[in-house]
Design a protein around this ligand. Structure first.
Ligand SMILES: Cc1ncc(COP(=O)(O)O)c(C=O)c1O
Length: 370
């Protein structure tokens, strides 16, 4: 079976360095917020092309801490994407704020023209968490304009888009903050949970550093009500020494596989999702669209061809029960997002796929009878 992720193959390349990294932490005798977190934060910021990275416990916390540092709290309204991991709206609701969903465009990304219209109609919206979904990059110039035109607190959700660019500019550089995740399946995944907040200003980094560690401004001095959201030394060491050094190569491999799929999949019953204009994606996922009523059958067809598939995501966020109490508050009901989710299947696109496996995925796609 061709898997969606194959960490055992990855371990053959990274296991030695990961074990050395763990030994380094063990021998250091320092396990929380030490040299390894500092080193990883520096390496990550440099790789990303931003000034500051702050390691936190996971991607969910990264979004919440960044929003909180911008002053978001109970009663606030936060515009966001209609298709994402549940963590995106959860971070908003955990602060007591309310997500406002705008509909998706044909690529499944939040429709920035619809966002502008919503912001014009609803001046009470002061925060925006756009998601760079599937590893693509939204139009950063338009995000700049929205942020300035509406004086928004902007946190870009880059959990799936580490390394993605818009016309050469790194994702995560339009907002005051970007948030990312090192959940194992991410393009840069740890051996457990992890996340980071990115920003271009030292002054903006400071409150996030304080918030992740109980709001301490100095040892045992708490000026803020913070969190326990620290990235472990172990995860930081593994990321810095064993995985980050591979990320450029892994990203290039994902791009090469995506290019093969985009030219090789010619079956009109399996539509590749269009790449957003200007996006230089990192292909966290490779979504395709089928007839919604044939989705289950299509997934069974791939399974029979020994190809695992995923759904990202089976429901639009407006359809999630946990958010039902907000139903009716976002206007359109995000019809396009719902249709997209009901039609979407993800094909395997991890960097350890062999050329023969890529061919097998393409053949399976072209063999689907619709
Ligand atoms: C778009 C998006 N945002 C946020 C998250 C949350 O990250 P984590 O699982 O590390 O909390 C994820 C990953 O699950 C994600 O895909």
């Amino acid at each position: 079976m061709i898997l969606l992720n194959d960490f055992r193959r990855q371990w053959a390349d990274t296991g030695g360095a990961a074990m050395d990294a763990m030994a380094k932490v063990g021998a250091s005798g320092w396990y929380v917020l030490g040299e390894q977190v500092k080193r990883f934060e520096q390496d990550l910021a440099h790789w990303w092309g931003v000034e500051q990275a702050i390691g936190v416990a996971n991607g969910l916390d990264a979004i919440e801490l960044a929003l909180k540092a911008l002053g978001c709290g109970p009663g606030d309204f936060v515009l966001t994407s209609p298709i994402s991991a549940f963590a995106t709206p959860l971070a908003i609701t955990k602060l007591g704020a309310q997500p406002v969903f705008c509909d998706a465009d044909e690529s499944g990304q939040v429709d920035l023209a619809a966002c502008r219209r919503t912001l014009e109609q609803r001046p009470e919206i002061r925060y925006f968490v756009p998601v760079h979904l599937f590893g693509q990059c939204l139009d950063l110039d338009e995000l700049d304009r929205l942020r300035d035109d509406f004086q928004l607190g902007l946190v870009e959700d880059c959990a799936q888009s580490i390394g993605a660019r818009f016309l050469g500019r790194p994702c995560g550089t339009a907002g005051q903050y970007a948030a990312t995740s090192f959940y194992p399946t991410k393009n840069l995944g740890a051996m457990g949970d992890g996340g980071a907040v990115l920003t271009n200003s030292e002054a903006a980094a400071l409150p996030v550093r304080q918030l992740r560690d109980y709001g301490q401004t100095a040892k045992y001095r708490h000026d803020l009500l913070g969190y326990n959201s620290r990235l472990d030394e172990l995860q930081a060491a593994i990321l810095a020494h064993a995985y980050l050094p591979w990320l450029t190569q892994w990203t290039l491999r994902r791009r090469a596989i995506a290019a093969e799929y985009l030219t090789g999949i010619t079956n009109p019953a399996i539509r590749c999702v269009p790449v957003p204009p200007g996006s230089e994606g990192v292909w966290h996922l490779f979504p395709v669209l089928v007839q919604p009523h044939r989705k289950e059958a299509a997934m069974a067809h791939f399974k029979a061809a020994e190809v695992a598939t995923g759904e990202h995501y089976p429901l639009a966020l407006v359809e999630q029960k946990a958010l039902a109490h907000l139903a009716g508050k976002w206007g359109s009901g995000c019809a396009r997002a719902q249709h997209f989710c009901h039609a979407e299947i993800s094909l395997p696109i991890h960097p350890y796929l062999t050329d023969a496996e890529v061919r097998q995925v393409i053949d399976a796609a072209n063999g689907w009878q619709g």
